[in-house]
Design a protein around this ligand. Structure first.
Ligand code: NAP
Length: 246
């Protein structure tokens, strides 16, 4: 019997844990950061909360006798991915990053690709007055200085009460979102431009199609660089990797 730790918080992590339910040779634990108030819980054992950096994660791997680590966190969760790579190397266990492919622009898209949110803020200067911010709730402060613009800010849970926010409206919604939903949202709020992280996946991709149809610009924040760890982009590839290791 081998023990696998999945670092989760994504659809991919939940699907992986579900697919491993009938693997008798593997005991699976999924770890969630604990950011979302009512998370979608994966099947099987779940632990919640930070580990305490690389040292804390390495300690967890050893004390729980973990043999294998799959980092299936969100493409923009850069800190935990770095910690995972270092901790796995420290304790000498194989690790894999499972990450969905990034979105790529299609004909008709008006994307402005930027490396980070600070550059996204700069790019908004000439893109209109009404902006749809689809970056979650943790980094809204980057836009708080833009007092002359109006923002529709979508997220799952509300921001902290003392979080600096730009002017606008908070929209609490959890994906997946349909094309009809996204199209009517953009039209109802008379949106001029969208800011998105290049998260990839199908659950939140409809906003990009709706933007294409309406010829709206999308400021696309590209992904942070991953640590130098073996990668899989599909569930099947992750399962193949596991078969090789247990
Ligand atoms: P982050 O900046 O990379 O991580 C910050 C700290 O949160 C880590 O150092 C770690 O704390 C803790 N942490 C993160 N993921 C964890 C996990 N799966 N289990 C236990 N501890 C975890 O991460 P983030 O961007 O705040 O994202 C937090 C979680 O939300 C991730 O699990 C990610 O999959 C999910 N998520 C993130 C986004 C996004 O846009 N960033 C979107 C959707 C879902 P310690 O150092 O104390 O161990």
């Amino acid at each position: 019997m081998s023990r696998l730790l999945i670092l989760g918080g994504t659809t991919e992590a939940t699907r992986l844990a579900a697919a491993l339910q009938d693997w008798p040779q593997l005991e699976v634990q999924t770890s969630l950061a604990g950011r979302t108030q009512q998370p979608v819980l994966p099947p099987g054992a779940v632990r919640v909360g930070g580990f305490g950096g690389v040292a804390g994660l390495a300690h967890h791997l050893q004390s729980e006798s973990i043999d294998l680590l799959i980092d299936a966190t969100h493409p923009f969760a850069a800190q935990i991915s770095q910690n995972a790579a270092e901790a796995a190397q420290k304790v000498g266990i194989p690790s894999l990053i499972l990450q969905r492919p990034a979105w790529v622009p299609q004909a008709g898209d008006r994307w402005i690709s930027v490396p980070d949110l600070a550059t996204a803020v700069e790019q908004l200067a000439n893109l209109g007055d009404r902006i749809f911010l689809t970056i979650g709730r943790q980094e809204l402060a980057a836009f708080a200085e833009l007092r002359d613009r109006w923002f529709l800010m979508r997220m799952i849970d509300p921001p902290a009460e003392d979080a600096p926010l730009p002017p606008g409206e908070i929209l609490l919604e959890r994906g997946p979102f349909s094309l009809e939903h996204e199209r009517s949202l953009l039209m109802q709020y008379q949106i001029d431009a969208i800011v998105s992280k290049n998260s990839g996946g199908s659950a939140t991709a409809a906003k990009l199609q709706a933007a294409r149809e309406l010829s709206l610009p999308v400021v696309m924040v590209e992904r942070p660089v991953l640590p130098n760890v073996q990668q899989a982009t599909t569930l099947d590839a992750a399962l193949q990797w596991l078969k090789m290791h247990c």
